[in-house]
Every structure is written in C-alpha cells, then in structure tokens.
Ligand binder design. Sequence first.
Ligand SMILES: NC(=O)c1ccc[n+]([C@@H]2O[C@H](COP(=O)([O-])OP(=O)(O)OC[C@H]3O[C@@H](n4cnc5c(N)ncnc54)[C@H](OP(=O)(O)O)[C@@H]3O)[C@@H](O)[C@H]2O)c1
Length: 323
Amino acid sequence: MYAMASSSCSSNAPLVRVELPAATPRAREVRVAVHAVGVNPIDWKLRALAPAIRWLNALLGPRGPVVGGIDFAGVVEAVGSKVRGISVGDRVVGAAKFLLGRGSHADTVVVGEHQVCAIPDAIPFDVAGALPVAGDTAWRAVHHYRSIGPTSRVLVLGASGGVGHYAVQIAKHVRLAQLVVGVCSSKNAPLVTGLGADVVLAYDTEDPLAAAVQYGPFDLIVDAVGAYPGSRCHALLARDGRRVIAAYDSPRVLLHALVRPFRSRIIRSAPNGARLRGLVDAVAAGQVKVHIAERFPLADVERAHQLSQTSRSVGKLVLLPRS
Ligand SMILES: NC(=O)c1ccc[n+]([C@@H]2O[C@H](COP(=O)([O-])OP(=O)(O)OC[C@H]3O[C@@H](n4cnc5c(N)ncnc54)[C@H](OP(=O)(O)O)[C@@H]3O)[C@@H](O)[C@H]2O)c1
C-alpha cells in the first residue's frame, strides 16, 4: 500500500509518498481499499501534531510514518475473525484513526468494524468519501443540541463550506425547517440558494447579522466560521435557541461557550458507522447532495490542503488514491 505521510519530526514537514506493508486487520477490524478521501481543515491543522504522534507511536508500538486524514470511502478487502455484518466486497464509508498515525491519506486503511457504515451502490465513492467529518458535524448540529422541525428557523454561518452546505440541506430537507438563512460570500450565494436556503445573506455586501434580524428569532445558529461576535449571535436567538459552534479555534470563541448565558455549545465531530447512518440514508434519498469543488490524486494532497487553508473552498475537496 502507499500513503502520504509526514516526512520528518518537524511540525510543518511536507507530506511524502511512502510504501508500507498492508496491515492485517485484528479480530474486530476491517481493511478497506480506499477510493476517496474527503479533505477537512482538521487534516492540515493536525499536521502540527505529527511529531507528538510519532513519539507516541514509538512508545506504544513499532515506529512508523505518521499518516493523517480521517474521511474515507472504499471497498472492504479483509475482515478480522470476530467481525460480523461486514463482508469482503462491501462498499463502506468511515473515519480513520488519525491520532494513531493511521489516517486515510492512503490507498488502504485498517479501522475498527464500528468505524464503517455500508453505502448503497447508488452513492459514488467520491460523494461518500466527502461525508464523514463535515457531514457528521452538520448532522449533530441540527439534531443534537436543538432538535429542528417544521416551525424552526435556522441561521447557518459559513453556508457554502463543507459543514455549512450540509447544515443548510439537513435543516431544510431532512428536518423540514420553516426557514433557513445562509451566510456566505456573494459569489457563492447561487449555490446556497440551490441547496435550499430560503434566504442568502452575503457578508461581503452587507452586515449579515444585522440583515438576519428581520428573519429571526432563530432556534438554531450553526456557526462554521467562528469570527462573528458571540453577543450579536445570541441577540438573534429565540428564547430557548442555541448557537452551535463548529469553528472554535480561537480561545475567545471557546470561552463564549463556557460562560453565561450558556447559549452557545461547541460541537466536536466523531463520525463512526452508527452516526453516519442517518446522513448516508439522507444522501441515498436525495435529501442531501454533496457539492465537490475539486478532486485531486492522493499525491496532490499538499495542493488540496493549501486550498482548504484559504477557507474559501466551496463544498468539499476530495482526494482519489486510486485514480
Ligand atoms: N468541531 C469540529 O469537530 C469541526 C468539524 C468540522 C469542521 N470544523 C471547523 O469548522 C470550520 C469550517 O469547516 P469547513 O469544513 O466547513 O471549512 P471550509 O470547507 O473551508 O469552509 C469554510 C467556509 O467559510 C466561509 N466563510 C469564510 N468567511 C466567512 C464569513 N465571514 N462569513 C460566512 N462565511 C464565511 C467560506 O465561504 P465563502 O467562500 O463563501 O466566503 C467557506 O466556504 C473550520 O474552522 C473547521 O476546522 C470543526
């Protein structure tokens, strides 16, 4: 098998191609031939952790290259002796063990059986591979902290990005929200309208939070940007409304979720087979569509990470290890 791995102990080391022996799955693991890998901001953010992961690996087991990446979709090619309900040849989507340095920037991954979810033949690998991290985040944002229904009003900040474009569709087409307002740049407004947003506010032509007042109060704000002032977001919420924050890199944003009036919640994606089921079914039913901005061969992972780092990619970027 081959993978794109951190080339040295430095935190900003370039990723290089490495050849590795294909691991044999343990009793409750499966080995998957990877056909598509969704790119997420966490992939390049966690590259800084590669030296720590390398050190941990050396401590816990055989030393090896650190392979990043979480999302994947592909075909099961081997199963452990105690795996039930998953067979060789099954098409699956899942999340890899990036914190162990066994990520999905590879043509093969080995993961626990509970980490994968079967996908029907009608869902192509590139579509499925783009789902796990961003899709699970959006799915949980719309279901977990504030359950959305036909009388709900939802505001999505960052509506054209990976998380946001799923959140708009899940709120509108799965939860049947009464009103979905999306905030993005004016160039991406037609895309967000096409996803089902009732109203699109462009942050480069107006103050989107001021413009959003007339469409509120909101039962849920999905914040996939993290740059809008918390107090202004809270002012847009209905009495029991919640702001669910996916983008909480800044300590200020994190703090906002921890102090009174406790109206913001942070959300951490942790996709696994069970949690991906609802989203996969929604994609199969045509309720959620995946917008893929660009596909890259796996060897071009650096280019994909650079594009993701601009925070201007539209929908999802996907790596294709077997193209
Ligand atoms: N907590 C978790 O577990 C979790 C999971 C997934 C993602 N995240 C985080 O959530 C954030 C978004 O992730 P992503 O995958 O959606 O990233 P992404 O695909 O790179 O999308 C970023 C989007 O933000 C939009 N944007 C930038 N500035 C904006 C502004 N001022 N107002 C409205 N939209 C703006 C951009 O849209 P335009 O091009 O239209 O400007 C772009 O489409 C990242 O910080 C990521 O690390 C966290």
